[in-house]
Ligand binder design. Sequence first.
Ligand code: NDP
Length: 473
Amino acid sequence: DLADIGVTGLATMGRNLARNLARHGYAVAVHNRSASRTRDLVKEFGGEGTFVASEELADFVASLKRPRRAIIMVKAGAGTDAVIDQLAELMEPGDMIVDGGNAHFADTRRREAALREKGIHFVGTGISGGEEGALNGPSIMPGGSKESWEALGPILQDISAKVDGVPCAVHVGPDGAGHFVKMVHNGIEYSDMQLIAESYDLLRQALGATPAELAEVFREWNQGDLGSYLIEITAEVLDQVDAATGKPFVDVVVDQAEQKGTGRWTVQSALDLGVPVTGIAEAVFARALSGHPEQRAAAAGLEGPKLSGVGGRELIEDVRQALYASKIVAYAQGFDQMAAASKEYGWDLDLGAMATIWRGGCIIRAKFLDRIRAAYDADPALPTLLADPTFAAALNVAQGAWRRVVTTAVQIGVPTPGFSSALAYYDGLRRDRLPAALVQGLRDFFGAHTYLRVDREGAFHTDWSGDRSEHSA
Ligand code: NDP
């Protein structure tokens, strides 16, 4: 019998996705470059459903019902291109190739355009939730054509996470939209983690609290507005004790954060689009700073403030509020980036739907996303999440605490780039007049770049090196 859908690439992610499909009653064709992975899958998990195994890619393609649906779960980059080329040779117009790997959205746009020429639907799909999500229900962000969504949507919704009965999978938009949205998801994940790390660091330094005590703080926070997967697992990690030394686990881990690249991609794209995603950028740069041990060693002797141990227990509630406010800013920026890309690439993204499919299955899943969805439900053209009445009120409540937290951090010399830059963004965006006017003046002075006036139409230039009279440009 022919399979409903296939998965090629059976490492951690592909294997779990194939099992998830089989557990939902789909007959799943499975294939991997090295056949041993395919054999292992069938041997270990064959009892979970119907697997149709092939050792050759041609047999894998031949084992699929028409129009064919094949998911690629291989190493992103050259590996993906190789597999796409081989599959495209074997497929026919109307067939669908789904790339579930972490591809750059520009690659996805290129691949989609090339396969469209051959009549093959290429569906770049963001899949979040790691190993566990792939097996039990990830958040799924497919791009590609509407027709491909008709054929794939019901299956993807079936295997996705559900929140209040709503699947965490929608058709994001054409070509690279799915991978773009997954990229921004990961960027936001970076900023969430950075803000959590700053909260932990500041409380530990200011109060002298132990990791175990802070685990309790995060556990409490998880009951309120901040309730989320990342806050929940922060408590778990802070509570962990190293078996070998008896020390807190967090104290035996090398303090250099690594990155696989999606945070960097998010910031690169934001620079191209001209969207200030300062929260994500600070998170990427904080990881980069941590990863320079030679510079850190050379700078270790630099003086810091003499002050320490400031603040009492009230700092805990202040930090909670600063974290919440900074999180609102970071998400607002990420959603701005999606809005800008939607315009640039003609994707017609439904921002509220993005919040909806991130509520479950993925790493940034949080109660908070319900509020974002509500904000876009109330006003789909919302210029910034900060202006949503609910978020505006929350920021107003938090801003006093937020300022105290940044002040304390500066006083005791604990770096909180996430908190401070989010606050600077908030203060920048809400300002009546910005010093950008002076920047425009300087640009006109040295480069005759011209400026606009607040009171008249048109562009102007002042004759700075002459009599300083103004001329219409
Ligand atoms: P890896 O990224 O470790 O990739 C290993 C798989 O790729 C193996 O099946 C390997 O085959 C195959 N492969 C590599 N190069 C080629 C090639 N040239 N031709 C054919 N097959 C090739 O696997 P993961 O399961 O970790 O991830 C799969 C994809 O999912 C990646 O794009 C990853 O970025 C993405 N992803 C991963 C997440 C995670 O939590 N791990 C979360 C979300 C997405 P072989 O066995 O023969 O070596």
